[in-house]
Design a binder for this molecule. Structure first.
Ligand SMILES: [Zn+2]
Length: 292
């Protein structure tokens, strides 16, 4: 190679990259810097520290979420314990069979059983713990609702239990059974008991029920009849006024009528009858009973 050729080659080897670099630097100053420059080193250091910060933030966030979850689990466990305690208290209060409501076991329920193979296996994690807790809480809720229903029914049974007197003030003036008729003087059957009192005195329902008659009825004068279910009915005759109407739901002890002397009566009194499965029975047995 001659001197000229050598000069041209050198110019190409040195000049072209330099001019190319200058060219790119001029036209594309925003592009990523070349490797092995101080700028590049700075760039990568910055990128690394940025990533480090991101990792730290992510880790802190994860820890925060974890402690929030732990707190939530602890809260749920606390609530469950309180529910269990409440359930046990109610069970003992209601004198219910402990075996029937064992609050440490889930209630007996039906449904197809899935074998372990059919269920997706996932390692125990917070979601699993939370799901278990949720199921337990639902179980307890169901148990408590059943208990509530049972207690409500028991209260209802107590209330429809025919017992006590149909008046607040007054005295028994005639017993149930054979007696001489106050009008004819002949021996007749008295299908109820009479309570004498002041005209306009309160007549109360001896048990909860539904009013099935509230009107004049031959012989009875103004009559109120209440159906208590379980085959029981009560009748309150010779009223001055009925304070209820057919279809009304009345509570035990509710004032349903005012004492009078309507119908076949010789003075202010209530003629009180108790029906059991369609036949009158001696009301005195029901008047004096206090518990089932
Ligand atoms: Zn009577």
């Amino acid at each position: 190679m001659g001197g000229w050729a050598r000069a041209v080659v050198s110019a190409c080897l040195v000049g072209i990259p330099v001019s190319a670099a200058l060219f790119f630097k001029y036209f594309d100053s925003e592009s990523a810097p070349e490797l092995i420059s101080s700028d590049a080193t700075k760039f990568w250091v910055e990128a690394l520290s940025r990533q480090e910060t991101e990792v730290k933030t992510a880790k802190a966030e994860a820890e925060q979420k974890l402690s929030a979850l732990t707190l939530r689990v602890a809260e749920l466990q606390g609530r469950l314990m309180r529910l269990d305690a409440l359930g046990e208290r109610i069970t003992s209060m209601a004198n219910l069979d402990k075996g029937e409501f064992n609050f440490s076991d889930p209630p007996a329920v039906g449904g197809p059983e899935l074998s372990i193979e059919e269920v997706d296996y996932s390692p125990p994690d917070f979601r699993l713990v939370l799901n278990n807790l949720e199921t337990q809480i639902q179980d307890r809720q169901q148990q408590l609702e059943t208990l509530e229903e049972l207690l409500a029914n028991r209260k209802l049974l107590d209330d429809v239990f025919v017992a006590g007197r149909p008046i607040k003030k007054g005295w028994m003036s005639s017993r149930y059974g054979r007696r001489s008729d106050p009008f004819s003087g002949r021996v007749a059957w008295h299908a109820g008991v009479d309570f004498a009192g002041r005209e306009g005195a309160d007549i109360v329902a001896v048990a909860s029920g539904v009013v099935t008659w509230a009107d004049h009825r031959n012989g009875y004068g103004t009559l109120v009849e209440i159906n208590h279910g379980n085959g029981f009915k009560t009748r309150y005759g010779h009223c001055k006024d009925s304070l209820v109407k057919v279809g009304d739901v009345v509570k035990k002890g509710q004032v349903i009528a005012l004492m009078g002397t309507s119908g076949r009566s010789t003075g202010p009194h209530v003629h009180f009858e108790v029906y059991k499965n369609g036949r009158t029975v001696d009301p005195s047995a029901y008047i004096h009973r206090t518990s089932r």
